[in-house]
Design a protein around this ligand. Sequence first.
Ligand code: ATP
Ligand code: MG
Length: 248
Amino acid sequence: MDTIIETVNLTRRYGRQTAVTGLNLQVKKGEIFGFLGPNGAGKTTTLLMLLGLSRPTEGTATVCGLDPVRMAREVKRLVGYLPENVGFYREMDAVQSLEYVASLNGFEGAGARKKIEELLDLVGLGEESGKKTAAFSRGMKQRLGVAEVLIKDPQVLFLDEPTLGLDPEGAVQLINLIQTLNREKGMTVLLSSHNLHQVQKISHRVGIMIDGKLIAEGSIDSLAEEKFGLDQKEYSLEEIYMKYFQEV
Ligand SMILES: Nc1ncnc2c1ncn2[C@@H]1O[C@H](COP(=O)(O)OP(=O)(O)OP(=O)(O)O)[C@@H](O)[C@H]1O
Ligand SMILES: [Mg+2]
């Protein structure tokens, strides 16, 4: 499979604090890559650099063949980014928010309206479409964020804790939606999450970052083998993660 995201020695320091250290990461086109690590490990910082929203202190990144430092606008056209905390204009309702994002991406008129309706149904907000976003619950904002990200039919999705704050049913629906988008539209997904059960369910490969360093990368089976050897037991991603974590 082709590589769609690649970093070479990617490093970000904030003053004396190093957030990401010498990251060499490869994500293949068409895969769901689970990006794991404890709070403060450097996951969000990495995503920001891949989007051109934060400038690497050292090293380089390539996303869809583009350098995000020099081609940030082009990268943003191809990559849908759901941030940790999604923000909206409080006075707009769900439809207006999506119309606004659509217009920023050059979609307007009947085509855009149809797409917005479809997306609101897809994320389970069809009934709430006329409510102002100021009155949205956390989970509703999260769902609207997902709809916004999908408006431009991105090639790649960067999802930073997408199921945080969703009710259990909403979380399962979103995980299934991510899997469907990956299977049917071939979207590449870089998914940062602390929910290891969800990550295990849909990821083709995972990376574990601790203290700014990528300490493991591969399929869940290959990481299990690395840590536990070739026995018959099926290890959960949580068991594997904890083993890496304890041995750092
Ligand atoms: N704007 C900033 N200024 C200074 N330090 C920062 C800034 N952003 C992040 N950091 C630091 O960089 C490190 C990595 O943070 P980052 O947000 O990338 O972690 P994360 O893996 O996304 O964590 P979480 O799981 O909590 O979201 C942390 O030590 C954090 O304090
Ligand atoms: Mg983060």
